[in-house]
Design a protein around this ligand. Structure first.
Ligand code: BGC
Length: 256
């Protein structure tokens, strides 16, 4: 019996990266897993393969969560797949590197629509599903150290994660009477495709590692482990919090 036996978890953006590690971890803990991503491609198939290899059930649902009309359909399909959804992991996220003075409206919209609008309205669809079926639930958002920490050249990304922090805090209060807990995980620098450019350039990677107290990047599984804790009854008294999984990056400071 795992932490999530008999439970169904919907994990957005779980075709690869941290999302895939969360899907596999939750499957290992006995959850039925709904894998969602923008494309039904080899990455998505690989996540499903890794989920089902644990003995758990996995279903892939394609959806672009940046469009509000898609998120209700995604929640409906998720409910159809396993009869109910108990856990929502808002993991899908994008970032675009650009100096502030060059950011276009389109770049701003992509970042805000995936990271903030998508999680906002998918969470709304989930909460309405729980209200309609009169059941408790858990929401964990994959935020970032940049819900708190400045990140030059990523102002839209920081705005989207700052919004995620306040959405989480607000919902923790508003949804507590419905027995719904809401928390964020704030990863630092994790070895995933979002960092592909950085990982391929030693001249960028070296200084970054020096800024991390543990002097190394994190692995997707490091984030998935904390997600599983927060989504489980082990954290039944935890709501309205952000858990940092950053090797000490956010508040690293040294003087010679
Ligand atoms: C970003 C990464 C960045 C890390 C640490 C994450 O939120 O996605 O690109 O390396 O924060 O700054």
């Amino acid at each position: 019996m795992g932490k999530f036996s008999g439970k169904t978890a919907l994990i957005t953006g779980s075709g690869r990266g941290i999302g895939r590690a969360i899907a596999v971890k939750f499957a290992q803990e006995g959850a039925n897993v709904i894998v969602n991503d923008l494309h039904d491609d080899d990455n998505a198939k690989e996540t499903i393969n890794q989920v089902t290899a644990t003995g758990a059930k996995g279903v892939f649902l394609q959806a672009d969560i940046s469009k509000v009309e898609n998120v209700q359909a995604l929640m409906n399909q998720a409910v159809q797949a396993f009869g109910q959804v108990d856990i929502l992991i808002n993991n899908a996220g994008v970032e675009i590197h650009a100096p502030f003075w060059e950011v276009t409206e389109q770049q701003y919209d992509i970042v805000m629509n995936v990271n903030t609008k998508g999680m906002f309205f998918l969470t709304q669809a989930f909460v309405n599903h729980l209200r309609n079926t009169n059941r408790p639930g858990v929401i964990v958002n994959n935020s970032s150290v940049h819900e708190e920490l400045p990140f030059p050249n990523f102002t839209a990304y920081c705005a989207s994660k700052g919004a995620m922090q306040m959405i989480m805090r607000n919902l923790a209060v508003e949804l507590a009477p419905l027995n719904i807990r809401v928390n964020n995980v704030a990863p630092g620098a994790i070895r995933t495709p979002i960092n592909a450019d950085l990982l391929s350039k030693p001249e960028l990677l070296g200084p970054l590692q020096n800024n991390i107290s543990l002097h190394r990047l994190g692995e997707p599984e490091d984030v998935a482990n904390v997600m599983a804790f927060l989504a489980s009854d082990d954290a039944k008294y935890v709501t309205g919090s952000t858990y940092y999984v950053d090797g000490g990056l956010a508040y690293h400071y040294t003087e010679q």
